[in-house]
Design a protein around this ligand. Structure first.
Ligand SMILES: [Mg+2]
Length: 225
């Protein structure tokens, strides 16, 4: 009788909700994607059509036309992999970053260190643009207070001879990064440039127009609305 009752309880139990993916499994999957070389191979594959486009577009330009390439910074031009891995792909704004490679490593302190590395395919891309006479502008969600450390970091890893960088005004609140980045591209166009290509690792880097073409690089680690 007791066994029958237990069977009844088992059958009457509500079904479990559909389970989200286990975050530790997901983390292992992401590390595998990075360590296998697939992440950098995918970045390279994404960038290649852009190089072809830039070279073709520069060859078609009319006299006096000023062409621009716009690049996002984090996980587009600079890789924050050391901090990302140390934090298990979580984000902490404030605190120290003095326990690398194991972490924790807070974002503001990490940026101040200026130890981000170049995203190699993007640096190649950058150099191809410069060789074609295309000016390069960075538009980043990094705040104005990070401007100097960011410029130092960019130059240290090989981004030389670029035309401008837009950092986000402190205290500016936007629903989407696109609400800040699209007007920043408009400002570049209003200064006399035609943006022939805009490259980012988030859809919000690319939304809102003001570029002839866009390229989305892979980012398995985080999402910025
Ligand atoms: Mg980014």
């Amino acid at each position: 009788m007791r066994a029958l009752f237990l069977v009844f309880l088992f059958l009457a139990a509500p079904a479990l909700a559909e389970q989200p993916q286990n975050i530790a499994d997901l983390r292992s999957e992401i590390i595998g994607y990075i360590d296998s070389g697939s992440y950098s191979a995918d970045q390279m594959q994404a960038v290649q059509p852009g190089i072809t486009w830039l070279e073709w577009r520069a060859a078609q330009s009319i006299p006096g036309e000023k062409l621009a390439l716009v690049l996002d910074i984090d996980e587009t031009s600079l890789s924050n992999m050391a901090a990302q891995r140390a934090n298990g792909f979580s984000y902490f704004r404030t605190g120290a970053c003095d326990h690398l490679p194991n972490g924790p490593c807070a974002w503001d302190a990490w940026v101040a260190l200026g130890q981000a590395t170049a995203v190699a395919p993007t640096l190649e891309f950058f150099n191809a643009a410069r060789a074609s006479g295309i000016d390069v502008f960075f538009i980043t969600g990094r705040g104005e207070s990070m401007h100097e450390a960011t410029v130092t970091n960019l130059e240290a890893v090989g981004y030389a001879d670029w035309a401008g960088i837009t950092t986000k005004p402190e205290g500016l609140k936007v629903e989407s990064a696109a609400d800040y980045k699209a007007p920043a591209r408009l400002a570049i166009e209003e200064s006399g440039y035609t943006i022939v290509l805009n490259v980012g690792d988030q859809p919000s880097d690319l939304a809102g127009g003001y570029a002839e073409r866009t390229i989305l690089l892979p980012n398995p680690m985080y999402r910025i609305p």
